[in-house]
Design a protein around this ligand. Sequence first.
Ligand SMILES: Nc1ncnc2c1ncn2[C@@H]1O[C@H](COP(=O)(O)OP(=O)(O)OP(=O)(O)O)[C@@H](O)[C@H]1O
Ligand SMILES: [Mg+2]
Length: 283
Amino acid sequence: MSTIPQGLPPVAELVDGRPDQDQAGLSHLVEGDELDLSHNVILYLEGITVSFDGFKALNKLALTIDAGELRCIIGPNGAGKTTMMDVITGKTRPDRGKAFFGQTLDLTRMSEPEIAHAGIGRKFQKPTIFENHSVFDNLELAMKIDKRVRRSLFSAIDDETRDRIADTLTQIRLQDAADRPAGLLSHGQKQWLEIGMLLMQDPRLLLLDEPVAGMTDDETARTGELFKSLAGKHSLVVVEHDMAFIEQLGGTVTVLHEGSVLAEGDLATVQNDQRVIEVYLGR
Ligand SMILES: Nc1ncnc2c1ncn2[C@@H]1O[C@H](COP(=O)(O)OP(=O)(O)OP(=O)(O)O)[C@@H](O)[C@H]1O
Ligand SMILES: [Mg+2]
């Protein structure tokens, strides 16, 4: 294990095998703590503003995602889509506004590891997999670095873990590639593997930023099927520019523009919105 991909904990934390569960501040997030979904809302953003040198990347952004929902976010370059994900995951602090995970977890007061630990998984555009390790080992490792589970990196794999890995391999259509080094997978397969690694940590909310960029049409369609199969059990927020893919997903579409919501509704509704056509679709 010579290289640790971005987004994974540093080596010391990995080999220690005892991730920072005991860290002060995590006491309200101990394993078994149920996310409060009493109003069926998993994510609530209100009045979120983020300024970079006076420029408002997000401007009073409001967004509500229901539990189990598959939401698509579209909008022109620079609209604030990635910045929104940065706020949700704690990478960027908003200047003002509310951000809640379920009814009770205030994301603006939580660190990035705390937010990941609470059940928000994020997929970046560049896959962060261990290229020299097999597909199977990547999934196993993803589970072992799950901060909710106290487990040594070097402990033997149990039957339950083996079953979960097998299920995930089937979900991401890599069951025939389990023993292949991850570095030999196609671009699309690497993206699926990274999604599988997120799934091993059983996130409640998955944030996916341009997940089908660079995929073939066939890989894109299969990714759409995967996301649709994940909705319900998980909530998904998908940022994409690929309109055929958005159409396949079929959920509610939110259009961001200049850091705010410009329009929201089913795809046909936002596609026929004159303001959306002007700033995005008509270009
Ligand atoms: N760290 C930063 N410092 C300064 N400006 C930033 C920073 N991050 C983002 N921005 C600016 O904020 C605006 C929103 O960027 P963001 O990356 O959120 O857009 P996006 O909707 O994801 O666009 P794209 O579709 O191109 O990915 C852009 O004008 C960008 O240049
Ligand atoms: Mg972006």
